[in-house]
Each structure stands twice: as structure tokens, then as C-alpha cells.
Design a protein around this ligand. Structure first.
Ligand SMILES: Cc1ncc(COP(=O)(O)O)c(C=O)c1O
Length: 390
């Protein structure tokens, strides 16, 4: 029950609180009890190799964000619609149910699973808790930037290691790049923006060699596009007690990017670092939890996503080859290929034709990254490409 008996009392108290807050900056520093994080970096280094143009009102083909044009699964849509009316309640029960389903799927105890609103959330929070005191993250160049960017925002450094000539992680070089300031190794497998896979046996050995010294974050956002992904995942290392963090998402194979749900598999003591600065499950919503459970049960839909994505790759490879272009063979839902044109001008040309893609500048070369689209979208993309590339 409220301790303010009248509306006037309540208003007076609110005004006082407001006044107190307003005067805070004039207090001497020593009088404040606000914890100061060590080193938020005011100016992040410019990531010069990445361009993007988004927010286009009417794209004819949206192939820029590695979304899945076939999702969500019809069963997930049904579950989402059916659960909307329960949106007045916090959803700890549904979260517990999904966590249990995932624990069973991954073959780990439930306390090894953390649910998150998209895998971005755990990428960012793991970076926050590991880089509070600075340090460096050893990661590939190019790589997916979410964890790296937040690490740098916290005051950390990116200890870059170039991919090998065939676009795999250079694991011996990554091992050599680890030093006493390394707080985490980040491996995106398959990697974004290249779409390429690092050999799972070699990666497993790498994790066994280094994870007792430094945690290894393996981002498996696209792994499920591989038909045999269960044999490629690094989750078994966590069962062995290794300090490996695996992130998965419902945004890609499940086609639920806008519904924001993902998870991490890790040792409970590693997850605890994040639980200490957040309140578990509060970023999750009933509809997404129910949609995720329905989508997990809909293995037919996952297989359709996998097959349609493989068909996209074949159609795109054939089209690119027909235009005399080369590409980086991909195992994912996107393809990177070199363009003989300045990246920004290329993007402008493509967007002006209603085709949304991304461009990257990697080690002196411009590339286009095109994400999975329907066969019709691929045709539109190839048509525009023919016109835009000079
Ligand atoms: C490699 C990788 N990891 C993580 C994410 C984050 O996805 P989400 O937050 O939707 O799970 C993405 C998104 O594109 C990605 O490419």
C-alpha cells in the first residue's frame, strides 16, 4: 500500500525528488555515490570497412540484414497470435518452459542456458562484463561486430587477426595473439560477413587449448543452416566444463528476427557474470517465447528454411557467374562477392533500384553482401546488379 495518503503529498514528494536530481551535478564528486565504470570510450574508432544504407521506405528486395524471407513458421505465427491475450502477465513460466526445451535439445542442465532477447543481447552483455576493466578481445578481421564494438565501447581493444586465404579463422595466429590483457576470444562460426566455416575439429582443439586461460565466445547464429550442424557445434565442450560460450538465435533459421529471441549456452559461473548486472527474463515477451517453442517443434519449417537457403545460394552463384563475377562460397544465408566499384556508390545504385544489400571494404577490396531472398528477389537483385556494376 502507498505511504502517501493524499494526491498533494504524492505530488510534493515527486517534486522534491525532481529537485534533488536537478541539483546533483552541483555536488562535489566525493559526495556522490555513483559508481563510475572504468573506461567508457567516448569516440569509438571508425569502422571504415563497413558501409550501410538502411531505412529505405519501399524496397523491392530486402536482402541486407540476413533475415529469413520464409519465416516465421506458420505454427509459430499461430502460437504468437494465441498467446497475445496473455500479454498482461510477466512470463516467467513460459521462459522456464522454453529454457527446459533448449536444455534438452542442447543436452545440458538448465542452469547452462540463458534466454535473451536476440543473441545481440548476450553478445553485448558478455562484452560489458568482461571489458569493464579494459583488456583486449582477440577476434577475426573481418568479423561480426556486435561483441567487438561493445568491447571497444567499454575501453577494450580489438586484437585483429586476419582470416586465412580461404576465409577460415586463422586459429594458430589467434592463439599467438592472446596475451596477458586478453579477456575474451570471439569466433563467429560460420563467420559474418564472409559466410565461411572454420573446421570444427580444429576449432574444438583450439577451445580446449585456450579456454582454461581465456573464455571463448563462439557465435553460432548461422550454424543451423548446415544440415549436419549438430556435429559442428561447440556445445559439447561446455558439457566437458570448458569456459566456452555458445550463442544461438531464433532470428535466422527460425525466421524470427523481429521477435527478438535467442540464447546462450555456457557454464553457470560464466552466465552468473551477466545475471549479476541484469534481471533474467525481463527482456523476454510471451509471444516470442511461445513462438520460439512452436518453431522448435516445427522441424519441417527449419528444413524448408535450410533447403530454400541452399537454393538461394545456387541461384545466386549461377547468376553471379553469368555476370562474370566471383564469390566467396557460403554455408550461410548470405553471400559475399567482390565488386570492382566503390562500395558506397554501389549501394546508392542498388538502393535507387529498390534493392537493399550491404557493402564492405575488406583489406583494400570492396564487396557486396547479399542476404537470402525469394527466387523473385534474387532475379530482381541480379537484374539491378547488371545495371549498377560498371
Ligand atoms: C553473426 C551474428 N551474430 C548475432 C547476430 C544477432 O542477431 P540477433 O540479435 O537477431 O539474434 C547476427 C545478426 O545478424 C549475426 O549476424
Amino acid at each position: 500500500m502507498t505511504t502517501f495518503t493524499t494526491r498533494r503529498q504524492w505530488l510534493r514528494r515527486a517534486a522534491l525528488t525532481g529537485a534533488g536530481l536537478a541539483t546533483l551535478p552541483t555536488l562535489p564528486l566525493s559526495a556522490r555515490s555513483v559508481a563510475t565504470p572504468t573506461a567508457f570510450r567516448e569516440h569509438l574508432p571508425q569502422l571504415e570497412w563497413e558501409h550501410q544504407r538502411t531505412g529505405q521506405p519501399a524496397l523491392k528486395a530486402r536482402m541486407l540484414a540476413n533475415e529469413n524471407p520464409y519465416g516465421p513458421s506458420p505454427l509459430a505465427i499461430e502460437a504468437i497470435a494465441a498467446s497475445a491475450a496473455a500479454g498482461n502477465r510477466y512470463q516467467h513460466e513460459a521462459a522456464a518452459e522454453l529454457r527446459q526445451m533448449i536444455a534438452t535439445l542442447e543436452g545440458v542442465p538448465e542452469d547452462h542456458i540463458m534466454l535473451t532477447p536476440g543473441s545481440s543481447d548476450v553478445l553485448e552483455k558478455m562484452a560489458i562484463v568482461h571489458f569493464l576493466q579494459g583488456g583486449n578481445v582477440v577476434a577475426a578481421d573481418p568479423a561480426y561486430m556486435s561483441l567487438i564494438k561493445v568491447s571497444m565501447g567499454m575501453g577494450g581493444d580489438w586484437n585483429k587477426v586476419r582470416l586465412t586465404d580461404d576465409w577460415a579463422h586463422d586459429l594458430p595466429a589467434m592463439k599467438a595473439a592472446i596475451n596477458e590483457d586478453t579477456k575474451m576470444v570471439y569466433i563467429c562460426n560460420p563467420n559474418n560477413p564472409t559466410g565461411t566455416l572454420t573446421d570444427s575439429a580444429e576449432l574444438r582443439q583450439f577451445c580446449r587449448d585456450v579456454a582454461d586461460t581465456v573464455p571463448v565466445f563462439v557465435d553460432e547464429a548461422y550454424l543451423e543452416f548446415l544440415p549436419d550442424y549438430q556435429s559442428q557445434t561447440m556445445v559439447p565442450l561446455i558439457r566437458e566444463g570448458k569456459n566456452v560460450i555458445v550463442a544461438r538465435t531464433f532470428s535466422k533459421i527460425h525466421g524470427m528476427a523481429g521477435l527478438r529471441i535467442g540464447y546462450a549456452v555456457a557454464l553457470p559461473e560464466t552466465l552468473e557474470k551477466v545475471y549479476r548486472i541484469s534481471r533474467g527474463n525481463m527482456g523476454l515477451c510471451k509471444t516470442s517465447l511461445e513462438g520460439a517453442m512452436a518453431s522448435m517443434r516445427d522441424t519441417d519449417f527449419q528444413e524448408i528454411s535450410r533447403q530454400q537457403t541452399a537454393a538461394f545460394r545456387e541461384q545466386t552463384y549461377a547468376g553471379l557467374t553469368g555476370l562474370g563475377l566471383t564469390y566467396v562460397p557460403s554455408v550461410t544465408s548470405f553471400i559475399l562477392f567482390p565488386i570492382q566499384m566503390e562500395g558506397k556508390a554501389f549501394l546508392e545504385g542498388m538502393f535507387d533500384k529498390g534493392i537493399g544489400v550491404r557493402s564492405f571494404h575488406v583489406h583494400g577490396q570492396d564487396y557486396c553482401r547479399v542476404s537470402v531472398g525469394t527466387p523473385e528477389e534474387v532475379d530482381l537483385f541480379l537484374g539491378a546488379l547488371k545495371d549498377v556494376l560498371v
